[in-house]
Design a protein around this ligand. Structure first.
Ligand code: ADP
Ligand code: MG
Length: 392
């Protein structure tokens, strides 16, 4: 069965929300069992996914995980081995790319070198034989939107990387696409420029709020700062899907926990809800229904349990900044550790601390007095800030 990876069924349109009419529109992009094989290799296993109007969906994953393949499948640049692609409810599986009305920007800008900036931006509309006045207006608006009005007569070689990427964006937007596909658009730029361009993409989206964006990246910072939802890809499959906060705070598996920030992942024994007498313990949370008790190094700790798991081997995921020095209060967990190293980094100080046979990473605020190497200290953490995961 294909992975169900999105809000299934129909999505209320923003217009319906505003007018209170009970109108539903189909999702902007609907993928139904979309599969791509290259010879013997399956680059994309059957995938189901809906993208709503105005949604920014990020495809995140390491190189080779199938992000570009999925984007190309939506755009019509690769032949499906199975499944269907729908745009606004219309089956476009067999439609060529230019008939799908999408805008696309790839990593390498791909501007036409022999055309001036304005001609590059006009290209999609010229190809559609739009009237001259409409083309001129679209070029003017497009360049203004990306802050490149003064560069209309330049050639791509006379622009910096960031400027070329802005022009590529204006070109993709000129046809006023319902969907904008961006494949690692910032990866050729250096770090400060990347941050500026991220801001710019957010601003562009605010100006075109009905346009859906599918944004491919291997960079978790870009994914978190841009995506309404993130699809985490692994070997041509969806490994996790959710809002950035969901995936960060309650990763559904080890892969997701490791991909988002640095997580402490500790092997624990998950205790069964009925046989666990620890409900009365000091550190038991008020609401034990969504929580579970685990045994770590001979000690019972409580953590969130977002998915149903059988008792037995599991992993406890705690982020370094969720571990604190200080006194234990009721409803919090405590572990005693020995400090192995302290590394002051300005805003944070990063400790490595030994707990049984494991080493924990701990991020404390930079302004706080640091414990000394070799000290035995108590670390406390809230059950709400720790998650039990399957050990897979
Ligand atoms: P990503 O964009 O996440 O880096 P891709 O979608 O480019 O990953 O690739 C997914 C897998 O499909 C990789 O193993 C890659 O080698 C393979 N692949 C991509 N394009 C082709 C192609 N045209 N022919 C054969 N294999 C391909
Ligand atoms: Mg790629």
């Amino acid at each position: 069965m294909p992975l169900q990876a999105g809000p299934s069924g129909l999505t209320p349109s923003p217009a319906a929300d505003q007018t209170n009419l009970n109108v539903v529109t189909p999702p902007c992009i609907g993928l139904r069992g979309v599969t791509v094989r290259y010879g013997q290799q399956t680059a994309l296993h059957p995938l189901d996914l809906d993208v709503a109007n105005g949604e920014v969906l990020v495809l995140l994953g390491p190189s080779g995980s199938g992000k570009t393949t999925l984007l190309r499948a939506i755009a019509g640049f690769c032949r499906l081995s199975g499944g269907q692609v729908e745009l606004c409810g219309r089956d476009v599986t067999n439609a060529p790319p230019h008939a799908r009305g999408l805008g696309m920007v790839v990593q390498s800008y791909a501007l036409f070198p022999h055309m001036r900036v304005a001609e590059n931006v006009a290209f999609g509309l010229e190809a559609r034989s739009r009237p001259r006045t409409e083309i001129e207006r679209a070029v003017r608006d497009g360049l203004a939107m990306v802050g490149m009005t003064d560069y209309a007569r330049r050639y791509p070689r006379e622009l910096s990387g960031g400027q070329q990427q802005r022009v590529a964006m204006a070109r993709a937007l000129a046809i006023r696409p319902q969907v904008l596909l961006l494949d690692e658009p910032l990866s050729a730029l250096d770090a400060p420029l990347r941050a500026d361009m991220l801001e710019e993409i957010r601003r562009l989206h605010a100006q075109l709020p009905d346009m859906a964006i599918v944004y491919v990246t291997h960079d978790q910072t870009e994914a978190i700062s841009l995506g309404h939802r993130i699809v985490l890809m692994r070997d041509g499959r969806v490994a996790a899907l959710g809002t950035p906060r969901n995936l960060h705070d309650t990763p559904p598996n080890r892969y997701a926990a490791e991909f988002f920030g640095q997580a402490n992942l500790l092997p624990v024994a998950l205790l069964s809800a009925t046989s666990s007498p620890q409900q009365q313990a000091d550190n038991a949370p008020a609401n034990t229904a969504s929580h579970a008790a685990v045994m770590l190094d001979g000690q019972v700790l409580w953590a969130r349990k977002p998915v149903d798991l059988p008792p037995g081997k599991a992993l406890l995921c705690i982020r370094p900044h969720d571990l604190h020095l200080g006194a234990q209060s009721p409803g919090t967990n405590r572990v005693d550790v020995q400090v192995e190293s302290v590394h002051w980094m300005g805003a944070v100080q990063r400790l490595r601390a030994r707990l049984g046979t494991w080493t924990l990473r701990v991020d404390l605020p930079g302004g706080q007095p640091a414990p000394g190497v070799g000290d035995i200290v108590a670390l406390v953490f809230h059950p709400q800030r720790a998650t039990v995961l399957a050990d897979t």
